[in-house]
Design a protein around this ligand. Structure first.
Ligand SMILES: [Fe+2]
Ligand SMILES: [Fe+2]
Length: 380
């Protein structure tokens, strides 16, 4: 099939199209007799006096539905003519006209030239007309069948194209909506985290810094980017439980007594309960971080006194990030420490308060962490 197959005559034209009969004979009288017989029956007739002329007509006409050829002609005989014609239009029915003496040549025309019938001269008009009607009818049906098959194929290709472009458009639209939902979901979580921090830090920058520090440490530890991003978003909720701590304790300048410390420490449980049990990996991590970011490597932390690798990795990472930021930031009860002082404190708590590997990763990421700290510092 090539692109020309797509240019199809309308169905009505093929059905009603009067296909022509190409008659080839070197004898003028025979051609005249044939023309007379066919025209009486309203058939369209084209004539050629040689195989060569017949091929010329074939090349220039698209309406030929039957070839009727004499076998015995000078230069190109009927078999050779039909063989050459078959190369141009293999499906057009071909009839060979022979004298009695030419029967072997007729067989040759059938085998070599693809002739479907042979008639002997002199022919019987009624027999010839019936044969011609049958051949044209069958050829018309075959052409119509071919046309319909091509129409179906073209329509199927168009439909397949529409389907795939529709599928692609729908998938793109769905992906856009998912991205929008994810974006607003993350924004909501960040704002929720900020709500927990709002009373003791109106700018919400502590949360932003802890998220970035945690991501830097996670990448330095060799975690995949997707997990580092998950932790980045989950860390925003680490102090969500502060929502449940009274202002008198949360904002108290100076040292807290034991009772007050115990109340402050409930922010871990409160935060993880607010986030709740959830199937979403992000909320699962967020609940775990909220619950465990004050646990200590040596088991002396709170609220559950978990030890070593019993503390989830996410909680151990946020513990270092959160402590570093708390040290270098001004709080109601303390002045900000310098980065060097804070680093010294973190290093001295290695293996006691913090996972040693995470402290090492923190130190390796320190340049990036201090750059983030500088970028997101409260300006007064
Ligand atoms: Fe906390
Ligand atoms: Fe915090």
């Amino acid at each position: 099939m090539n692109e020309h197959d797509l240019v199809l005559p309308p169905a009505a034209l093929v059905q009603e199209e009067r296909l022509s009969i190409l008659c080839v004979d070197d004898e003028e009288l025979i051609l005249k007799a044939l023309t007379r017989t066919f025209r009486k029956e309203q058939f369209k007739v084209l004539t050629a006096r040689s195989g060569e002329d017949g091929l010329e007509i074939l090349k220039n006409s698209k309406s030929i539905g039957l070839i009727l050829s004499d076998e015995k002609m000078p230069k190109m005989n009927g078999s050779d003519f039909l063989q050459a014609a078959a190369k141009i239009f293999p499906d057009i029915p071909k009839i060979i006209l022979t004298g009695y003496a030419d029967k072997n040549a007729a067989i040759d025309a059938i085998n070599k030239g693809g002739a479907c019938h042979f008639l002997t001269k002199p022919w019987n008009d009624q027999e010839l007309l019936q044969l011609v009607r049958d051949c044209l009818h069958r050829y018309g049906l075959a052409r119509e069948n071919q046309r319909l098959l091509t129409v179906v194929r073209v329509q199927n290709e168009k439909l397949a194209g529409w389907n795939s472009s529709l599928k692609e458009r729908v998938l793109n639209l769905v992906q856009e909506r998912i991205d929008e939902l994810n974006k607003s979901h993350l924004e909501l979580l960040r704002r929720l985290g900020t709500a927990g921090e709002y009373r003791d830090n109106e700018t919400g920058l502590h949360n932003v810094r802890v998220c970035h520090f945690s991501r830097c440490i996670a990448l330095e530890l060799g975690l995949p980017e997707s997990e580092a991003d998950l932790l980045f978003n989950a860390a925003a909720l680490h102090d969500l439980g502060k929502i449940g701590i009274p202002d008198s304790i949360l904002l108290k300048p100076g040292k807290l007594d034991d009772a007050e410390l115990n109340i402050i420490r409930t922010h871990c449980e409160i935060g993880s309960k607010i986030i709740g049990d959830n199937q979403s990996p992000l909320l699962k991590t967020a609940a775990s971080v909220a619950l465990t970011h004050h646990e200590h490597w040596d088991g002396a932390g709170y609220p559950r006194e978990l030890k070593g690798s019993d503390i989830p990795l996410s909680g151990r990472i946020v513990a270092v990030a959160d402590t570093f930021d708390a040290l270098v930031t001004e709080r109601p009860y303390k002045e900000p420490w310098t980065v060097a002082e804070a680093v010294k404190e973190i290093v001295s708590s290695r293996e006691r308060r913090f996972d040693p590997e995470i402290v090492d990763a923190f130190l390796r990421a320190l340049a990036e962490i201090t750059a983030v700290h500088h970028q997101f510092t409260e300006r007064r």
